[in-house]
Structures are given as C-alpha cells and as structure tokens.
Design a protein around this ligand. Structure first.
Ligand code: ADP
Ligand code: MG
Length: 323
C-alpha cells in the first residue's frame, strides 16, 4: 500500500469503533430498516455490519473501495447541503487499506449478489453469491499490516465499549431503524425500530432513564427541537448521556450543551449535569459538517439561534412539567 493511502486511512480509521461508525452510517444511508452489528474481541479481530438496505450493484463494488468514491454527492455545491451521513467517499478505501474486508451484497434488481474480498494488498475475490438483498461487511484483523497502529489499540473491553457507544448513538438517532448489537455472541442491544425516540431510548438506557424523561417539542427560527431531557442524577455524573443529533447526526456541540445546562439552572436542581436525547432539525446550509474526518464536530454558521432554540425549548418543557 502507498504510504499516503495508509496515512489517509488513519484519519478515518483509528479503532474498531471508527470502522463501526462508518459502516453503520453507510447502512443507514442505504435505507436499511434493520442493522446488525456484531463484534468479537472488541472488534479488533472481527466486526460485522449487516443491513437490509439497497445493496451495491456488481459493477459498483470495486469502485466503492476507491478513494473518494461516493455515490452521494456529485458537485461542489452539494458539499454545502449534505443530507446523507457519509459524503467523503473515503471510508471503505480506508478500512480496506488496513484490514481484511469481506463483502456480501445484492441489489433488488440483481439475480446474483456479489461476494468480494479485499485487503491492504488488494482485491482477492469477486464472484457471484446467493444472498438476500442488502449488504454485509465483515472486517477482520484491523491494522494487521500496520503494527505500529495496532499498538495504540486499548484492551478489548475498552474497544468493545466504544463500538457499543457508536451503536447506541446510531440507534438513538435513527429510531426508525431496528439495531441489534452482539458482543462475543451475546446480544446486548435490540431496538424496535418503530420510529419512536422513546422506545429507542428505553432500549439503550433502560427504565430508570426513561421514567425521568421530560418531552421536548419546540420550534424557533426554523430550528425544530424534539426529544427528551432528563434531570441530573447521581447515576449520570458526566456529559456522556447528553445526546445531541443535528439533522440525524450525533454530534458534540458545546453550544447546545451550555444551552441545556443554562435552561436547567433556573429550576430547582442546581449544579448537576442534565442528560438528554435531543434531535435538532436545522436548515441545511446553516451548519457545516465538513470540519473533522470523523464528523463528530459541527460548526454552526451562527451559534445564537441554536443556543436560543435549545435554551427556550428546554425551559418551556421544564415549566410545563412544573405546573
Ligand atoms: P461515502 O459513504 O462517503 O459515500 P464510503 O467509502 O463510506 O463513502 O462508501 C462508498 C460507497 O459505497 C457509497 O457511496 C455507497 O454507494 C456504497 N456503499 C457503502 N456501504 C453501503 C451499504 N451498506 N449499502 C449500500 N451501498 C453502500
Ligand atoms: Mg460512508
């Protein structure tokens, strides 16, 4: 493999969780109604993502693994209004550069599906396969050809937890998709995929969190806010359960976090950290998602309307609950 490609791969692929994130996003982009993620050994030796989405047509399979191959944007102007989760067309190329990748896929139109095997050395198998409509990726032996990077991997438990977190966020951001997560043969998550945020939250966080949830429905300045907030609790001492989704994408946003915490300040519980699962629909074009390779951070063209919408939306919900 060319050094430049391996370096580029490092930007997207840091650990099993980053592979899971890219593959899960692709599955959602493909219109899947069910996505199964399975890992062994924290995802380091085995990571499978199976979906029932649109599949990849035979002639497109090799192309999908080329760097900057994407079927999701066509022109420069598209970069300003990205609606799909994936858009840089680097994920598959990056993963295949540093792991052994096996793919089974079929579109609805095709009679035979495709079985494809590729790794850091190149393509090994491309043949017919009988398989259901949809796509299954199996990624084995991550960083088998870059031992220096493999050394940076943490214990299997830690890597596995990071993959679990990725699936959790995906499940919360897409309640219309049923997610299953299997860890060393054990199922640890299965969301109903009934489209309700509440049932996804229940599956991910359990009864205690769900019973404390205060519903939020609000709109301000073209920003739609919906979901739930949860009062501070000793069981949730940090911000890891503050979930913000911008146009379906899980993001870290200080603006929204501060707004949430400010909104809680006026009420009785002071000083503690509230949790939330909040979906923000904001007009494409007012948010820049193309900031970081792993796309966790977004940049708002204008912070104030976002702050205001979250602050007033949460405040309104809390006041409603108090009376
Ligand atoms: P991007 O998602 O940025 O377009 P990727 O490298 O992640 O780039 O994927 C390359 C292409 O492969 C996608 O544009 C899509 O056409 C195809 N693809 C990848 N995963 C799937 C999937 N699970 N189902 C259908 N098509 C897929
Ligand atoms: Mg992608």
């Amino acid at each position: 493999k060319h050094v430049a490609e391996l370096i580029a791969a490092g930007e997207v692929v840091e650990r099993p969780a980053s592979v899971a994130k890219e593959l899960v996003e692709n599955a959602v982009d493909a219109g899947a109604t069910g996505v199964t993620v399975e890992i062994r050994n924290g995802g380091t030796t085995f990571l499978r993502v199976a979906d029932d989405g649109c599949g990849i047509a035979r002639e497109d399979v090799p192309l999908a693994f080329l760097s900057h191959a994407t079927s999701k944007i066509s022109g420069r102007e598209d970069l300003d209004s990205i609606a799909t989760l994936g858009f840089r067309g680097e994920a598959l190329a990056s993963v295949a550069a540093v792991a052994r990748v096996e793919l089974l896929t079929r579109t609805a139109e095709e009679l035979a599906g495709t079985h494809y095997v590729i790794d850091g050395e190149g393509e090994h198998i491309c043949e017919d396969a009988g398989c259901p409509k949809g796509t299954t990726f199996v990624v084995r032996d991550l960083f088998y050809n870059t031992p220096a990077r493999m050394k940076f991997l943490k214990k299997d438990v830690t890597e596995g937890n990071a993959v679990a977190a990725v699936v959790d966020k995906a499940a919360l951001s897409h309640p219309e998709v049923s997610f299953r997560f299997l860890r060393d043969g054990r199922e640890t998550l299965h969301t109903p995929g009934d489209g309700r945020v509440k049932s996804a939250v229940y599956a991910v966080y359990g009864k205690e969190f769900t019973s404390g949830m205060i519903p939020v429905e609000y709109e301000l300045n073209g920003i739609r806010l919906s979901g739930f907030v949860c009062k501070p609790s000793a069981a949730r001492p940090n911000r890891s359960m503050q979930n913000f989704f911008i146009n379906g994408r899980f993001v870290r946003t200080r603006t929204a976090s501060v707004a949430l915490e400010e909104a809680f300040k006026g009420s009785l519980m002071v000083g503690k950290i509230p949790s939330c699962v909040l979906h923000l629909r904001i007009p494409l074009g007012t948010v820049d998602v193309n900031v970081h390779p792993t796309k966790l951070e977004v940049r708002f063209i204008n912070e104030k309307p976002v702050f205001d919408a979250v602050y007033h939306g949460v405040k309104t919900a809390l006041n409603r609950g108090d009376t």
